[in-house]
Design a protein around this ligand. Structure first.
Ligand SMILES: Cc1cc2nc3c(=O)[nH]c(=O)nc-3n(C[C@H](O)[C@H](O)[C@H](O)COP(=O)(O)O)c2cc1C
Length: 312
């Protein structure tokens, strides 16, 4: 998720869930091929299994970008066919590609010819009035023929004129049953359902119908949800937020030496203690811009000490 799931967030989420598959933010092929490549691809081995999500629509460019990503260890390459932002529309990729299954298939084929990891697609149910089951089935069927075996489906359509990206994640209604139906139509494809999953029972219900669930906002805003969901799905032993944070502190200290700003790491932890006594005070401590600028992890230790005192 853009501006959210950077490498530091992903490291925290890996501590919260040892097995969940993690994703980068969407990285455009333009940025990767002509921009700060090293920074965009940087990640820690601990983040694996880690998917890179590409934004682009030129078969040659996506293949070149995929090669660069796989060379540094990404284990799946995912093409964004769901982003509705106007900037992305101008670039003619993202959700607009739902209307161009042939081009998406060309991109997938070109990437598959270039890398030996799974190439997958994240899409919507449709765009604007092009939103029928028949069109969705045709899209997935066409792209699957080019070798894509896994689709992450955000279970709502995108509205390309008039809604902001944030509204496009709220206003069009969620229709998970249509994703179930898609799975029935393509039993051999791996179909992962995304959108509005914020309760364990909802996630488990979806898993009776599809092959996986993808969780965005709930995992970010409440990493304990990710921990609990992982425990239910993978049978992992649940770690307390304090244990997670102790390990994350080691990472923070190592990254501070590398020159990473403290706030770039701590901002992802603001929801970690939600629901506990002192959580608000913790968030306030770690929102003190003056102290954050000092880039000293003692600020985090103080906040944790305060929380432990409140919890006792
Ligand atoms: C801040 C933010 C940034 C996002 N960036 C991306 C992105 O880069 N690529 C993508 O496929 N989806 C992106 N999304 C959409 C989410 O991946 C997801 O499809 C959507 O939020 C619905 O799932 P959720 O209800 O579990 O959050 C973003 C969502 C948010 C809130």
């Amino acid at each position: 998720m853009m501006a959210w799931t950077n490498r530091h967030c992903r490291y925290l989420h890996r501590l919260a869930s040892p097995k969940a598959q993690l994703f980068t933010e969407m990285i455009t092929t333009g940025a990767l091929l002509h921009g700060p490549r090293e920074r965009l691809l940087a990640h820690s081995p601990e983040e694996q299994p880690l998917v890179i999500q590409l934004g682009g629509a030129d078969p040659g460019d996506v293949a070149r970008a995929a090669r660069l990503a796989v060379a540094v260890g990404f284990t799946e390459v995912n093409l964004n066919v769901g982003c509705p932002s106007s900037r992305v529309q101008q670039g003619a990729f993202g959700a607009a590609l739902m209307r161009k299954p042939e081009l998406v298939a060309d991109c997938v084929r070109s990437m598959k010819d270039s890398v030996d990891v799974p190439v997958t697609v994240k899409c919507r149910l449709g765009v604007d009035d092009d939103d029928s089951d028949a069109l969705l089935t045709a899209f997935v069927g066409h792209v699957a023929q080019s070798g894509c075996e896994r689709f992450y489906v955000h279970a709502r359509k995108a509205i390309l004129g008039g809604l902001s990206p944030a509204q496009n994640r709220l206003v069009p209604p969620l229709q998970p049953e249509r994703v179930y139906k898609l799975k029935t139509h393509f039993p051999d494809l791996n179909i992962v359902l995304n959108g509005g999953i914020n309760e364990i029972d909802t996630a488990l219900e979806h898993l009776r119908h599809v092959d996986g669930v993808m969780v965005g906002r709930s995992a970010y805003q409440d990493p304990n949800f990710l921990t609990e969901l992982s425990e239910r799905i993978y049978g992992e032993t649940r770690r307390s937020p304090f244990d997670i944070m102790e390990d994350y502190l080691d990472y923070i200290d190592a990254q501070l030496i590398e020159g990473t700003r403290l706030s770039e790491m701590t901002r992802h932890t603001l929801g970690l203690f939600n629901g506990m006594r002192g959580a608000r005070r913790y968030r306030q401590c770690l929102s003190d811009s003056h102290r954050l600028k000092q880039n000293n992890s003692d600020l985090v230790r103080e906040a944790l000490h305060m929380l432990r005192g409140q919890a006792a």
